[in-house]
Design a protein around this ligand. Structure first.
Ligand code: DQA
Length: 157
């Protein structure tokens, strides 16, 4: 494997709009824990597997798209909770496709199970290009995603 193709031992976890409101927003759906708790949990789960994990959140579509471009350029695997962008952002879908086209894993995560909620949540424009999708497992879904990336990457190298 050439230097250009190698994958950095870092995972970027990108959360889309309104996920900065975790703990306050619809706790019956998303739970009581905050984004800061998610950040601490993910960092710890990554550390145990020998991976640096960075958790980001933005309400701004352009910023989330930019983070996909950055992941491609830095060859960093991605865990993406696109939040509401899941259901309509072709811009983000195109950006996420560049990650998987570059042969980097991109795992789509949803805290809730969108398929069991309103009709508009049943369609994801991200799922067709994601390496895989984990839904309905709360924060534990991010742990599964980190483990999957570690496993898939180590199996390749
Ligand atoms: C979500 C599900 C989306 O439908 C919703 O817009 C979100 C969060 C989830 O994590 O369950 O903001 O992605």
């Amino acid at each position: 494997m050439t230097q250009e193709q190698s994958v950095s031992h870092k995972i970027v976890i990108v959360n889309g709009p309104n996920l900065g409101r975790l703990g306050v927003r619809e706790p019956e759906i998303y739970g009581n824990a905050t984004l800061q708790t998610l950040r601490e949990d993910c960092t710890e789960w990554g550390r145990k597997l020998g991976w640096d994990v960075e958790v980001r959140q933005s309400d701004d579509e352009a910023e989330v798209i930019h983070w996909m471009h950055q992941a491609v350029d830095e060859r960093t695997p991605v865990v993406l909770n696109p939040a509401a962008f899941t259901h309509y952002s072709y811009g983000l879908a195109d950006a996420a496709a560049q990650v998987t086209d570059a042969d980097l894993p991109l795992v789509e995560v949803h805290i809730s199970n969108p398929a069991s909620r309103e009709t508009f949540r049943r369609h994801s424009v991200i799922s067709p290009i994601a390496t895989g999708t984990i839904t309905g497992m709360g924060f534990y879904g991010y742990k599964l995603a980190i483990e999957a990336i570690a496993e898939l990457t180590d199996a390749k190298n």
